[in-house]
Design a protein around this ligand. Structure first.
Ligand code: B12
Ligand code: SF4
Length: 510
């Protein structure tokens, strides 16, 4: 069967569609992929999911899709509107069954079923393979676990299948660029090595122009289930199954070696695992020995406070860990209870930060994530987080998020029950870095601007924020939120234009 997979993400390493593609190819299907990073929207809006694709793009995608037997699309919640518009646009032009998969169809299958013919809830490898096999044979896919669909016989919601336990059975992500297309500006072009190189240059975590980043994962799943995170939903969806799975070191190293044989210029690796250090010391040492010997390039990994003990950090530094991100989120005990992160507190953060300081050289600059704008938090909760952050040894960068209620999570349901949001549409277009202009947020931003701690400490002396966060002043400052966002957006857009403007004109003129 001829299958076309579409990924709308800015990041064209798009692990989901690349893994699905190689799996399907191994199963005997012919697969092509289209990556649709919306760089123009990025340059205009600072993010790539607010604008729908223009008609001329939809036209080209429909032309390419003509002749395929199945069209698979991947989407996160933020891309729902954009992918709805694209799906409808394609269906108006050609007759092709469409299957949606990815995070949003997994957490909100009902609404996806209004748009797509088939919806994949959960992992897609075996699901898509069986769906394609059934459609090829003309069999109604009523037996294909994870697949939901509607037809004249009614609505079929197949049960969820066990997540793949042996991740080594999944072939390496498909980088056969001759089978791939990419959107540059308003043109869908065959993917070339030059374009791939440009798209993976200096992006997240490794931001220098000479950084060429390959993204992959060692594990799937996380041992925790923080109330705002997808893993909170997975725990329910996959209840009774083992959700945390790890590939063998051999398999991981072979993948990176094979991609570097093909594209030797990849010189940085981003491991996108939820918690890279959840491996045992022995596993990490095995990884280090092989990685140093056979790959030997700096890498990024996200570490959880629970697993990041000194010995593990030392092994990882020795292996080549040069960028890391650690989730603080909040230092208020009551917020952490609400987030189901009771395992985390100020003492643990400071001990972790001390370890980072001891293990890594002085210039090592970890990123710490903090969640702002939790509507249930009181001033005291937020001050606890701010004061804890001020105790961290510098240098570090704070990644400031605003609390976003992603469908399916416990916090999403709590927000609905408490009347804070009315449904999934609350998170469609929300960019989770889009902060409000209020006093406490300004203090957090000041931390990143390296304003001396003593000044921020003084400004966070409770009587001052108590006044500044009072309803009239908060309301007054909120008047400036649109202006603040416009200015911030302008900066992001300028940076994106500088990064991609020349690239769009050079390639889309060819
Ligand atoms: C890597 C990652 C990123 C990377 C790369 C994204 C990319 N291009 O793929 C970066 C850092 C760029 C990123 C960005 C964002 N991310 Co992110 N990211 C992840 C992370 C850590 C792993 C995703 C991944 O690759 N998994 C591995 C693949 C193999 O698994 P998968 O994607 O689930 O795919 C499987 C199934 O879903 C299914 N499937 C997927 N697609 C399809 C398609 C078809 C047709 C079928 C049948 C099946 C199918 O099969 C796949 C294989 O089994 C997840 C957390 C997580 N644990 O999932 C968050 C996550 C996906 N991100 C999230 C978010 C919110 C974002 C942002 C929107 C945040 C923001 N800035 O506002 C941005 C989007 C920016 C952008 N423009 O792309 C949320 C999504 C929540 C939601 N409800 O949508 C997650 C779940 C984290 C969380 N908070 O819980 N992200
Ligand atoms: S530790 Fe991180 S990845 Fe794991 S459940 Fe919590 S937020 Fe999600």
């Amino acid at each position: 069967m001829r299958i076309l997979l579409i990924s709308p993400y800015l990041d064209i390493t798009s692990l989901s569609t690349r893994q699905l593609s190689s799996y399907l190819k191994a199963g005997g299907h012919s697969v092509k992929q289209i990556f649709l990073p919306d760089l123009e929207s990025m340059i205009e809006n600072g993010v790539d999911f607010v604008e729908c694709y223009p008609n001329e793009v939809i036209e080209q995608v429909a032309e390419l899709a003509d002749g395929f037997h199945l069209l698979g699309m991947s989407l996160m919640t933020n891309y729902f509107i954009k992918m709805t518009h694209l799906t409808r646009g394609i269906k108006e032009r050609i007759d092709i069954p469409v299957v949606w998969g990815g995070i949003h169809p997994t957490v909100a299958p009902e609404e996806c079923l209004d748009i797509a013919d088939y919806v994949c809830v959960g992992e897609g490898e075996a699901t898509l393979q069986e769906l394609a096999d059934s459609l090829q044979k003309g069999i109604r896919p009523a037996h294909v676990k994870n697949i939901w669909f509607r037809d004249e016989q009614g609505e079929c919601r197949n049960p969820v299948r066990e997540p793949i336990s042996d991740l080594d059975t999944i072939p390496f992500p498909d980088y056969d660029i001759e089978d791939q297309y990419v959107l540059v500006g308003k043109k869908v072009l065959p993917l070339s090595e030059d374009i791939l190189k440009e798209m993976v240059r200096g992006r997240i975590h490794f931001t220098e122009p000479h950084h060429l980043i390959y993204e992959t994962m060692w594990t799937r799943g996380c041992p925790h289930h923080c109330a705002y995170c997808i893993n909170n939903y997975y725990r329910v969806l996959y209840s009774g199954f083992n959700v945390v799975r790890r590939r063998s070191v051999d398999n991981l190293i072979e993948e990176i070696k094979s991609i570097r044989e093909r594209f030797p210029w990849f010189n940085r690796i981003n491991f996108m695992d939820d918690d890279f250090a959840s491996a045992s010391n022995e596993q990490l040492m095995h990884f280090r020995d092989r990685y140093k010997k056979e790959i030997n390039c700096p890498f990024y990994a996200l570490l959880s406070v629970l697993s990041s003990r000194e010995e593990k950090m030392s092994i990882l530094f020795d292996a080549g860990l040069r960028r890391t991100q650690i989730g603080i989120q909040s230092l208020s005990p009551s917020t952490n209870r609400m987030y189901r992160r009771d395992f985390f507190n100020r003492k643990k953060l400071l001990s972790l930060a001390g370890t980072v300081n001891r293990v890594f050289p002085p210039e090592f600059c970890p990123t710490y994530d903090v969640i702002l704008e939790n509507p249930w938090e009181r001033l005291d909760d937020r001050l606890l987080t701010l004061r804890g952050v001020l105790e961290l040894p510098r240098p570090f960068v704070l990644q400031l998020y605003t609390l976003t209620f992603y469908p399916g999570t416990e916090l999403f349901h709590k927000a609905i029950d408490d009347g804070i949001i009315s449904g999934t549409d609350a998170s469609y277009l929300k960019e989770n870095h889009d902060k409000d202009f209020n006093y406490l947020n300004i203090l957090f931003i000041m931390v990143n601007k390296r304003i001396p701690n003593c000044i921020i400490r003084f400004l966070s002396w409770k009587p001052i924020p108590a006044i500044m966060e009072s309803i009239p002043i908060r309301w007054f400052l909120s008047i400036f939120t649109p202006l603040y966002r416009i200015l911030k957006k302008r900066g992001v857009c300028r940076a994106q234009r500088k990064r991609f403007g020349w690239f769009i004109s050079e390639y889309s003129d060819k």
